[in-house]
Design a protein around this ligand. Structure first.
Ligand SMILES: Nc1nc2c(ncn2[C@@H]2O[C@H](COP(=O)(O)OP(=O)(O)OP(=O)(O)O)[C@@H](O)[C@H]2O)c(=O)[nH]1
Ligand SMILES: [Mg+2]
Length: 303
């Protein structure tokens, strides 16, 4: 078996977001049942797994209601590879509010992680006679600006789920993008080290034996981290070159996670892995995690 760590590429998370009543759950239902439905408003979220093109697409259909937008969207969005943003093209009054949320996602949340994303913009309900034309929607949302985000593959479709207009094509676009993003994720992450602030190794995966002494490497990671804090000011995510390695280090108050990689192309994925590991560690209720706990967390994202 290839000893290199590689991203678990079969499970590909996708979040469907957008204001309430735009058709998110109708879309999910269509993907599952291939027919038009009239769902009730979503409370919380729906979850389904679709097996397409060798991937298990894990779809989270999130409620569009205000409380949920504020508190829950960000977590789902940041850990997804694909994001589907729904807009009701027949509801002129909601466009401005919808655009505000769209840009919050693109400008704030996705840039914070700076991983690679596929973002599918759906202007839905094209069958209704007051549906706005695509040009108006693009202008209102300022979608021309999307070309400057090199970490986001973006596409817009005007659809009707009711009349099955463009909906297959839009989903196919997403599947293709997810496929190519996750192919790039066949990464050569050579080692992953989690250490505490006293440089004790909490978890290490080092199949190439970068270091026979992991405590030494942990100490080194901590030293780089605090050195660059002094140099650059506190910044959560740092990238250093170490010989032939790119080392991405993320430090929290009591521990740090470092990923060693041979190629720059792996870095977007490394960022996502680090972000997810932090999230899982934070979510964990236990105060002290064992090596096995850390291992279980890491193995959710890479194998
Ligand atoms: N005419 C028309 N109606 C649609 C279309 N897509 C969805 N709808 C209807 O719009 C209504 C709202 O759809 P939902 O899928 O529940 O909306 P949602 O975005 O999941 O809403 P929340 O869960 O409340 O955030 C339902 O009655 C759907 O049947 C469409 O393409 N055309
Ligand atoms: Mg819904």
């Amino acid at each position: 078996m290839n000893p290199e760590l590689s991203v678990k590429r079969k499970n590909v998370p996708v979040s469907i977001i957008g204001l309430e009543y735009s058709g998110k759950t109708t879309f999910l239902n269509w993907l599952i049942k291939q027919r038009f439905t009239r769902p009730k408003p979503t409370v919380g979220y729906n979850f389904e797994v679709l097996e397409v093109a060798n991937m298990h697409i894990n779809i989270f259909d999130l409620s569009g209601h205000e409380k949920f937008r504020e508190n829950i969207w960000k977590n789902f969005v940041q850990s997804s590879v694909g994001i589907v943003f729904f807009v009701d093209s027949s509801d002129k009054n909601k466009l401005k509010k919808s655009a505000k949320w769209f840009w919050k996602v693109v400008n704030e949340w996705l840039q914070e992680i700076y991983s690679e994303y596929a973002l599918l913009f759906i202007a839905n309900k094209a069958d209704l006679k007051n549906s706005l034309d695509l040009e108006t929607i693009i202008r209102t949302f300022d979608l021309y600006k999307m070309s400057k985000y090199s970490n986001i593959s973006f596409q817009i479709f005007k659809t009707s789920i009711k009349e099955e207009l463009n909906i297959k094509t839009a989903f196919q676009w997403l599947v293709n993008k997810l496929n190519s993003i996750t192919k790039n994720q066949q990464v050569d992450i050579h080692a992953l080290i989690i250490s505490d602030k006293f440089s004790n190794t909490l978890y290490s995966y080092d199949p190439h034996n970068i270091s026979s002494d992991h405590e030494l490497l942990s100490g080194f990671v901590n030293a780089i981290s605090s050195f660059s804090n002094e140099l650059l000011g506190y910044e959560n995510l740092k990238l250093v070159r170490l010989g032939k390695y790119y080392v991405l280090i993320s430090q929290e108050q009591s521990y740090s996670v470092a990923i060693f990689s041979l190629s720059e192309t792996n870095l977007p994925e490394a960022r996502r892995i680090i972000y997810n590991i932090h999230r899982k560690i934070k979510e964990s209720q236990k105060k002290i995690l064992s090596t096995e706990d850390y291992q279980a967390i890491v193995e959710q994202f890479i194998f």
